[in-house]
Design a protein around this ligand. Structure first.
Ligand SMILES: [Zn+2]
Ligand SMILES: [Zn+2]
Length: 191
């Protein structure tokens, strides 16, 4: 049933199930696979640090956490390595698993996006989706080494910043090549 990796699961058995009880946890989650967007991510083998505070409330357990991680990727313009420090605060309510008699919902309640609800799995709290969302929302879809990165010369692939201001490639421009043809054809045209 649970295909999600165990590494994101927090065992909350030490937290008394009495509203107002509180407990703090520090987790180092070592990733088995990267978490992020296509071009930049917290890579497999890297650690996501989570400072979590759990609070028992009537309906379940409230998670407040700070997430720290370092994402790495490549600048889309110059391909230099890009590193982004992620520091993000999340808060989520995990509901107690519902007893069968409470599962009956009115049609109105059925329309609400129930899938977004987080449920405790027994004593376990699965942190994967809130952590994944927080990281993915922090990361840029198009990472840049700096906002004014000038990228690469399309002809030689070198960085514009490393090239002289008058850097050009001596290539025959298609327009000039066309004119050359016209010039040689001109005598025939006259005949
Ligand atoms: Zn760049
Ligand atoms: Zn060039």
């Amino acid at each position: 049933m649970s295909r999600l990796p165990e590494i994101f699961k927090l065992n909350t058995y030490e937290l008394p199930r009495r509203a107002g009880e509180m407990k703090e946890y520090e987790l180092d989650i070592e990733l088995l696979e990267k978490v992020g967007v296509e071009l930049i991510a917290v890579q497999a083998g890297e650690i996501i640090e989570v400072d979590a505070r759990l609070e028992s409330v009537t309906e379940g357990v409230l998670l407040s956490a700070e997430i720290f991680a370092v994402a790495t990727g490549e600048c889309i313009r110059c391909l230099d390595p890009v590193e982004i420090e992620i520091e993000r605060r999340i808060q989520e309510l995990y509901l107690y698993e519902q007893k069968p008699e409470r599962k009956k919902r009115t049609p109105v309640q059925d329309d609400l996006d129930i899938e977004d609800e987080l449920l405790l799995e027994g004593d376990y709290m699965n942190l994967e989706s809130p952590i994944r969302d927080a990281i993915c929302l922090t990361l840029p879809i198009n990472p840049l080494c700096s906002d004014d990165c000038q990228g690469l010369c399309p002809d030689c692939g070198l960085k514009w910043v490393d090239l002289s201001d008058d850097h050009v490639h001596e290539t025959i421009d298609a327009r000039w090549a066309g004119l050359a043809d016209v010039a040689t054809e001109e005598p025939d045209f006259k005949n």
